[in-house]
Design a protein around this ligand. Structure first.
Ligand SMILES: [Zn+2]
Length: 549
């Protein structure tokens, strides 16, 4: 592996070059140097969550960490002065809607600039392979609230490998495959709103195996989304059993809309018990319902983890607040039902109950671009409609392409209490649930990981630096079987971030969310810098990280 000479030259010319001791633009023959890169005198936080930070040098050879210790006198092609900076494993975001954004566009570097080196694929079970092109287009249309435009892509991925081949050479970050339940069910059953037959179950098991054979770390589901919302316990257990033989993880956006928060948690625990697989709850928080489930997890010794973004608001499509039978069946079926006056009447009653009394939801994006950045109260006022009428009509008018931020419907004291309980929970690790190339995204997209270090470590002191970094690197790596990631040690992958612990901060806010984080100086992905002196380098060294058995 060699650095591209031209890009290295550009790195040298970057404005904040005081952190660079020497970054040799000329390629030096391997025999003349000991390492490709040496990071000098950083404060190493190794990602284990066990060891206290220590000052050391790191030496990389190609895509590996070859030495950790005192490398004084050793020669390297490139050196970085990390004195006063923290050197840690690159962060891992295990739930993020980024896989299209990683391939180009405004937000391609939003993760890297927070110190992230690896993103997971298929959050909420969204994915487009293996599907026919026509089915992939239908699922894209359904998920475009989270992924925006994909018309520059072929959407022609008849096999898992044809989809995974998009990333090497095109992405700044590594990607980790998960089997996408929405795509798997769509491939076998279309948008049918019923339980699977035995034969259909075998079909879904076969595709799940195709993903697991390609190195997926587990199955990801979105049980509030079509067509996954129709999966019964039998289907969940059957697919979970496929994972057991691969040591895969069953990761779910749980079935909140049908079962409520308490019931949804209990269903996940039931899957774990029945199928004997490790389970993981997506974008969760420790409120009363979760606490009841987490108590049961301890009593029954259930193998469960969950992740959180630690902001007191979610982000999803407005259609999720419609009665389940109305939103189910794909976009065309939903819009057809919504045109019925009787459906409208009962949906408005349902919506009114779900919208709360504050009106502080924020419109993130719509197909037409209208209302973005406005609150529900402002937008409905402008449209001259009640909140529930506005929400209902927006789904129709935008043909299902509408996304918003929805603050939790509890008091601000309760929000703060829940976020703090969640931040310190030992089974929780950090994941952003970010969405990209969105007009007015949730601030977590550009800020989640940097905010943990600013707010929960530096300002509140709720987490030590070692604990926070473990929750952003070693913990998710260990949970999903990524054995050479999430850890600073000899022989591990050179996925490394160098950041200023005093300066690192999110800048994205509810009002102004598209602002990159600050304080991240260097980010190496497989030994190649994607961020150098705080600036993107343009390198695209991301690889597909497959489950290591
Ligand atoms: Zn979700």
């Amino acid at each position: 592996m060699q650095f591209d000479e031209r890009s290295l030259k550009e790195s040298v010319d970057l404005p904040r070059d005081h952190t660079i001791l020497a970054w040799h633009p000329q390629f030096v023959k391997d025999t003349l140097v000991d390492f490709d890169v040496i990071i000098h005198r950083g404060t190493v936080v190794d990602g284990s969550g066990q060891r206290r930070s220590f000052v050391a040098d790191l030496g990389f050879r190609e895509d590996r960490i070859a030495a950790v210790g005192d490398l004084n006198g050793a020669r390297a092609k490139s050196t970085v002065d990390a004195q006063g900076l923290v050197v840690s494993p690159g962060f891992i975001d295990a739930h993020v809607h980024s896989e299209i954004a990683l391939l180009g566009g405004r937000d391609q570097m939003a993760g890297a600039l927070q110190g992230i080196t690896t993103h997971f694929l298929s959050p909420d079970g969204f994915g487009w392979a293996p599907l026919s092109q026509a089915q992939a287009r239908e699922l894209w249309r359904y998920t475009q609230f989270a992924y925006q435009k994909m018309d520059h892509l072929s959407l022609d991925w008849p096999t898992v490998e044809s989809y995974l081949s998009l990333f090497p050479g095109n992405s700044p970050l590594n990607v980790v495959p998960q089997a996408p339940h929405c795509a798997i069910r769509l491939a076998v059953m279309g948008w049918d709103t019923r339980v699977a037959t035995d034969e259909e179950l075998r079909g879904m098991e076969r595709i799940t195996r195709e993903w697991m054979d390609a190195g997926a770390v587990g199955l990801c589901l979105g049980l509030d989304y079509s067509p996954s919302i129709n999966a019964d316990m039998r289907e969940l257990v059957a697919l979970a059993r496929v994972l057991a033989s691969y040591q895969g993880v069953f990761a779910a956006h749980m079935r909140y809309q049908v079962l409520g928060r308490y019931g949804a948690w209990q269903e996940l625990l039931e899957v774990s018990r029945e199928a004997e697989v490790p389970v993981h709850a997506s974008h969760e928080r420790v409120d009363e319902a979760a606490q009841a489930a987490l108590d049961r997890v301890e009593q029954e010794d259930i193998d469960l983890t969950f992740e959180s973004y630690l902001y007191p608001a979610g982000m999803t499509h407005i259609a999720m607040l419609l009665p389940v039978d109305v939103q189910d069946g794909g976009i065309d079926a939903m819009l057809l039902k919504m045109a019925d006056p009787a459906v409208r009447r009962r949906s408005l009653v349902h919506l009114k109950e779900q919208l709360g009394t504050v009106g502080d939801q924020i419109v993130c994006s719509t197909g037409s671009g209208r209302f973005t950045g406005a609150t529900l109260a402002e937008a409905a006022d402008k449209a001259g409609r009640s909140w529930e009428e506005f929400a209902y009509d927006l789904v129709i008018e935008e043909e299902g392409h509408e996304l918003w931020i929805s603050p939790w419907l509890v008091s601000s004291e309760e929000k703060e209490r829940i976020v703090r309980c969640t931040a310190v929970h030992p089974r929780m690790f950090i994941a952003s649930d970010g969405g990209y190339n969105i007009a007015h995204p949730h601030p977590r997209s550009h800020g989640c990981f940097a905010r943990v270090l600013r707010r929960f470590v530096r300002e509140l002191g709720l987490l030590s630096l070692e604990e926070a970094i473990y929750k952003m690197s070693g913990f998710p790596a260990h949970r999903f079987g990524l054995k050479d990631r999430g850890c600073i040690a000899e022989g591990k992958a050179a996925d490394v971030v160098v950041f200023d612990p005093v300066r690192i901060a999110d800048r994205s806010t509810w009002q102004n969310p598209v602002q990159t984080a600050v304080g991240v100086e260097w980010v190496f992905v497989n030994g190649i810098p994607v961020v150098a002196s705080g600036q993107p380098t343009g390198h695209l060294p991301g690889q597909v990280l497959r489950r290591s058995a």
